[in-house]
Ligand binder design. Structure first.
Ligand code: TYC
Length: 102
């Protein structure tokens, strides 16, 4: 029947949703106190993002309030969130990092 999505045709060799693990978006949230340079450093250190892209992404979070900084399996996403939150706390910054199922 129409509208139930039961007859979706997959592209050749594409895996159906049930055949791959769910992905999780890792997001950084803006705040008024964390220094911009610290956020750039976090993006480079924990997400392997180049300085040029890290500056752009940090400014996107600064302007929009939130941005996706990566998409990972549950376990990797959880590790990233823990690493960022621990590192921010150790450096006494209120930076928040969260994850959400894609
Ligand atoms: N808004 C912060 C400032 O003006 C910078 C900032 C950017 C903080 C991104 C957090 O996730 C963040 N210093």
């Amino acid at each position: 029947p129409p509208g139930r999505g039961t007859d979706t045709v997959l592209a050749p060799r594409a895996k159906s949703k049930s055949q791959r693990p769910p992905l999780y978006k890792v997001m950084l949230l803006n705040d008024d106190y964390t220094p911009m340079e610290f956020v750039v450093h976090v993006l480079e250190r924990f997400f392997g993002i180049t300085n040029q892209h890290a500056v752009d992404l940090m400014l996107t979070v600064h302007r929009k309030g939130v941005a996706v900084v990566g998409v990972f399996s549950f376990e990797i996403a959880e590790t990233k969130v823990t690493q960022v939150m621990d590192y921010a706390r150790r450096n006494q910054h209120p930076l928040q990092c969260t994850m959400e199922k894609e």
